[in-house]
Design a protein around this ligand. Structure first.
Ligand code: HEM
Length: 269
């Protein structure tokens, strides 16, 4: 019997990558030369955030299962993604204040402040702030994704659960905390990390995990820092399109820490 089903279309480069759709997604609002760069910078960063969220999700599954070595691999990839994201600010810095002012007004009140992937990433790491949900429409996919990330355990929650499983005295108030609230640093958690760092040979797996977590926090802060510098270079001390005071607000975000005790233990070591 002959097979009457039509042969499947051969896979092509453009078809597989949906290049037609992808390259139709850049729609500047003006004829200004630099607006395309502005759009592409945002879109590529959003794509890298998507991949980072994917990797951190996989990290969380491995950590929950107690498989720390595969978790390191995902975390190492996130660090490389973060390095590329930070480097990207240098491309944007080639846009002068005059270039940006040519189309800034067209952006209205839109701002990276409303990036739901950026907030999901923060929430996933452990930097929770429910007030950012208000930037998404209730019932939308974006709202659901962010709400799930807010309610779910963060990577740090999963790591602390592993510390508890490993016999460290992590208080119930930490393990059963309200996951939608901002994480409050705990002395008991700091003490547990101090034990790990004081005997790295004995606790090598946890020690390595902690250092990889710090790599992520460090790289996120480096990204934030480069963002503030680039913003100051382009708009000075003007208010942001998203409604904050601009550079002043962004500087305050440099105090955010996903894994606070892994930072603070260093003073006591
Ligand atoms: C000309 C370029 C840019 C300027 C002048 C700028 C300016 C600002 C300002 C002033 C804020 C504070 C919120 C506000 O009031 O709007 C902000 C927040 C933010 N921007 Fe940008 N930005 C630029 C490019 C980008 C790019 C390319 C991205 C990549 C996705 C980005 C992502 C973000 C994020 C995620 C926030 C929220 C930060 C937080 O709340 O921690 N920005 N930006």
């Amino acid at each position: 019997m002959t097979d009457k089903t039509a042969p499947a279309e051969p896979t092509t480069y453009g078809g597989y990558l949906r290049l037609k759709e992808l390259l139709a997604c850049q729609r500047p609002l003006s004829e200004e030369h630099d607006e395309l760069l502005f759009v592409i910078l945002h879109q590529t960063m959003e794509l890298w955030m998507k991949q980072a969220i994917h990797e951190i999700g996989a990290t969380q599954s491995e950590v929950r299962a107690g498989n720390l070595v595969p978790a390191y691999k995902h975390l190492a990839r996130v660090s490389r993604i973060q390095a590329v994201m930070t480097q990207a600010w240098d491309i944007l810095a080639t846009m002068t204040p005059a270039d940006y002012l040519n189309f800034r007004e067209l952006l209205g009140t839109s701002s990276g402040f409303q990036s739901y992937q950026f907030r999901a990433l923060e929430f996933q790491l452990g930097i929770k702030d429910a007030s950012f949900l208000k930037f998404q429409s209730p019932g939308s996919d974006e709202y659901r994704m962010l709400d799930d990330a807010l309610r779910g355990p963060s990577l740090y929650d999963d790591v602390l659960a592993q510390l508890a499983k490993g016999g460290f005295a992590i208080p119930a108030a930490v393990l059963e905390r309200d996951r939608t609230a901002a994480y409050e640093p705990s002395e008991a958690v700091e003490k547990a990390w101090l034990t790990v760092y004081r005997d790295t040979q004995k606790y090598w797996a946890l020690y390595q995990l902690a250092e990889k977590l710090l790599d992520l926090d460090d790289a996120l802060l480096t990204w934030r820092h480069k963002h503030v510098l680039t913003v100051e270079r382009i708009i000075g001390r003007k208010r942001g399109t998203g409604g904050t005071e601009g550079v002043g607000y962004l500087q305050q975000t440099l105090a955010r820490r996903a894994f606070p005790e892994i930072w603070s233990l260093r003073t006591k070591l």
